[in-house]
Write a protein that binds this ligand. Structure first.
Ligand code: PLP
Length: 485
């Protein structure tokens, strides 16, 4: 390829775009088929990437070829490879081929669907793609969807709507000083995005009540009901409950139907955080994961977690989108349009005005794989997780610390000769460091009942049984090396 100097005026020429684009697509295809060749967890030292880059911007233009060369030399070594099939940390996610291609198109089109007229296609495709996903999740048609960037933002909007429903004057008057202190309830295993939402909404971190869980890390509805009653008696204002379907640490599923009954009794907003676990409900036999969610006010599921969608895309569903609009809609003169009131202007359902054309990738993925293809892939991840769990269960020196309802296994090394929880925690932390230092796999950890636990998450579209088997071999081999003499 001939390196072309950037033109003095205007954009890159079509020919240069074509040449660079082909090179890029070839690189991506090669990367996706062999991402395992890189250390999954970047070996970059803190500051190394920044130090390798010039401190000041270039005065002249740089041929794209050179930029690409720098990308390979400087950026790639600083990547942790989320798109590697041996990435087993956090929630393992994957950008699938159709999703990547659709995202590429989305950048090229540069649609900004704040108003229906600024992109009728993006507006209407978002409605259709979300409605397809809603059907796959088994939610009733009364749920209207909107795409946000992340589950954190979806949950923030859900709790803003709950606040709007309970305290409609907040929008004009702000949080009234001296009013009844608000309360939001979630399990002790709820994601930290719930904490951040109550903080940001001005409810105060203290307003979040962490309800105790049972031995399988699920919120106890009786304790929830008791907390609400106590708070009412103390003059507090319960606003909302967040139930989680697929908690971050163990993928436990709160009993949504029982929680819905409590919410209905007290008129509280029920938000279901199914950011990760919602996808499981697509798999035949796993519909129970969202049982009761049809009674919720809102729900979030993240296609960028377990539905093969390149980051980011969070699907927010709400049965009371009118309340979300009441909280967020604000139309200045320069955004008023002559379309009939029936058109949907996406800027009305959230804090963002500008928004990316994310629906394109969800639509492409749902079409490319089809519901059967998606279900088969999710079911395979669950099978692999059960297989890994069985290996752990059979091993004398390892134990499993949580059920495996989806595709995450929480386990722990219990080396002979090491007694005491603190010493076991240190051994497991050391084991995790060694496993990740191999560069072959990347696992993460959590803390359950005060104990340091290793966590293996399977969710990558290209993860196969041999990858999972390799992870188990590495864990055992590193444990054998670390074992006290
Ligand atoms: C249960 C749950 N909810 C919410 C989130 C936040 O997701 P996001 O990164 O999309 O904000 C996570 C992240 O892992 C999660 O596990």
């Amino acid at each position: 390829m001939i390196a072309r100097e950037p033109p003095a005026r205007g954009d890159m020429s079509p020919q240069e775009f074509c040449d660079a684009g082909h090179r890029l697509v070839d690189w991506i295809a090669d990367y996706l088929s062999s991402a395992e060749r890189y250390p999954v967890l970047s070996r970059s030292a803190p500051g190394a990437v920044a130090a390798a880059l010039p401190a000041a911007p270039p005065a002249g233009g740089t041929p794209f070829d050179e930029i690409f060369g720098d990308f390979e030399r400087t950026i790639v070594p600083g990547l942790t490879h989320w798109n590697s099939p041996t990435f087993f940390a956090y929630f393992s996610i994957s950008a699938s081929g159709p999703g990547i291609l659709a995202d590429f198109l989305s950048s090229a089109l540069n649609q900004q669907a704040m108003l229906w007229r600024t992109s009728p296609a993006a507006t209407e495709l978002e409605r259709v793609a979300l409605d397809w996903l809603r059907q796959l999740l088994g939610l009733p048609a009364s749920f209207e969807g909107v795409i946000y960037d992340t589950a954190s933002v979806s949950t923030l909007h859900a709790l803003a709507a709950a606040r709007e429903a309970a305290l409609p004057r907040v929008r004009t008057d702000g949080l009234l000083q001296g009013g009844r202190p608000a309360r939001v309830y979630a399990s002790a295993h709820a994601h930290s995005s719930v904490d951040k939402a109550v903080i940001l909404l001005g409810l105060g971190h203290r307003s979040l009540v962490k309800v105790p869980c049972d031995t399988e890390f699920r919120l106890r509805p009786r304790e929830l009901a008791a907390s609400i009653e106590q708070d009412l008696a103390a003059g507090h204002l319960p606003l909302a409950v967040v139930a989680t379907a697929g908690t971050t640490s163990t993928t436990s599923v709160d009993p949504i139907a029982d929680i819905a009954a409590v919410c209905e009794r007290h008129g509280l907003w029920l938000h279901v955080d199914a950011a990760y676990g919602g996808a499981a409900a697509l798999v035949p036999g796993h519909e129970w994961v969202l049982e009761g969610a049809e009674r919720a006010d809102s729900l979030v599921v993240n296609p960028h977690k377990w539905l093969f969608t390149p980051f980011d895309l969070s699907a927010f569903y709400c049965r009371r989108m009118d309340v979300v609009r009441a909280a967020f809609s604000l139309v200045p003169d320069y955004l008023k349009t002559s379309e009939p009131a029936s058109v949907r202007n996406l800027m009305d359902t959230g804090i963002q005005l500008g928004r990316r054309f994310r629906a394109l990738k969800l639509w492409a993925i749902l079409r490319y794989f089809g519901s059967e293809g998606i279900r088969a892939r999710l079911a395979e991840h669950m099978r692999l997780a059960r297989l890994f769990a069985a290996w752990v269960d059979e091993a004398d020196e390892f134990e499993r610390l949580a059920p495996v309802p989806m595709s995450v296994v929480c386990f722990r090394w219990k080396p002979a000769g090491v007694s005491g929880e603190a010493e076991r925690d240190r051994s497991n932390a050391a084991l995790l460091e060694r496993v990740n230092a191999t560069g072959e796999v990347f696992l993460s950890h959590t803390v359950l009942d005060g104990r340091f636990v290793l966590r293996l998450a399977i969710g990558h579209i290209r993860t196969a049984e041999h990858h999972v088997a390799r992870a188990w071999d590495i864990v055992r081999a590193e444990a054998a090396d670390l074992r006290p003499a």
